[in-house]
Design a protein around this ligand. Sequence first.
Ligand code: AMP
Ligand code: MG
Length: 417
Amino acid sequence: MAQLSDDCFAFGGPMLSVDEAVGIITSRVTPILEMERVALTEADGRILARDVAAPLPLPPFTNSAVDGYAVPGRELPRETEQAFPVEGRVQAGIMGAASRPGHAVRIFTGAPMPEGVDTVFMQEDVRIDEAGRVVLPAGLKRGANVRPAGEDIPVGTVALKAGQRLRPQDVALAAAFGLTQLDVVRRIKVAVFSTGDELASPGETRTAAQLFDSNRFMLMAMLKRLGCEVSDLGILRDAREPLAKALKDVAGGHDLILTTGGVSTGEEDHVKAGVESVGSLVLWRMAIKPGRPVAMGIIGGTPFIGLPGNPVASFVTFVHVVRPTVLALAGATPAPPVAIPVRAAFTYKKRSGRREYVRVTLRRADDGALEAVKFPREGAGLLSSLVDTDGLVELGEDITSVEPGARVGFLGYANLL
Ligand code: AMP
Ligand code: MG
């Protein structure tokens, strides 16, 4: 399991900025080195464990990019059109015979270029004369409409890099190389608990003072999108000892322990004390809204993250703390999501020194610009504010206000998960 040295959280005291907090955790997490070999059909979303160098050039042979007629470059008509007798026919999947000088070869898209020709006229650009010859216009450049071997990827090039998260197009590239399997980092094992006496699991009886646990299902879905193997450990009640014991029991079998709720400083917030009794914890009061507080620590060498209970705070801190931690555990190297500049269609006031995320919907303004419309209410408990919006506008630590028309950075949910 992942090992984390205790000193890596020796940053108590003042509130950490999001970047400081994430920088500390991601630089100190020990990546999982175990890998497994998976079939290409199972590779999407996984973290590649080894570089893949091209075992063959792509395309593997020089071929025609169009349906048409192939001729030698030195015989191309220069000033006026010219008729060539047609000899030979090469279709995709067949190796044609060498072409004779003074002749054109009928050729189709994807067919290997026969020896002796290096330029292809598109069939739309030529005509056939009464004698059955093909009449080629003047002015075509030598090498036109041909895809040289290796033009896409030369043999030996490192085309996929260890640490990258495989996408469908990456899987396609491995297939184009003729590979059937890829070495990927084994799935990061994450234990997930909700905490709170007020929670009932969907399917259970709910008392009048209870609500159904929604965070656990959101977090598990987000973890699965990150390729994790998730242990659903249900709901922990608001009592320190059983909570602490449950956390300790799962430490050995997981790479990360994740909880939601119970990390504030209220009397019924037992996560902090519970973690301290079985491991070590620095309450990471991160300067993030919605979000603060987020607890982080180590239990039996396994990293622990305690997210807040309010659904929106839980969502936002997952994206900004858990996601980079999981990626660091997997040795993954994706660049952080890029905020897209959009125009604010709202007014907003904030404190400096804190990063804030505004839930917004995008719309196209009359002048064509993309505008971010703020969700009308702000509560961190409003699940509808996540369901009915497209993403988050990120307002950096230095910003204190936003006026309509200001340029702001938009992070779409699709890019954050
Ligand atoms: P807490 O962080 O435990 O003080 O919880 C803050 C708020 O979030 C409370 O209103 C809780 O009822 C709510 N909450 C906590 N955990 C969950 C959960 N798993 N699903 C939905 N709401 C939750
Ligand atoms: Mg609670």
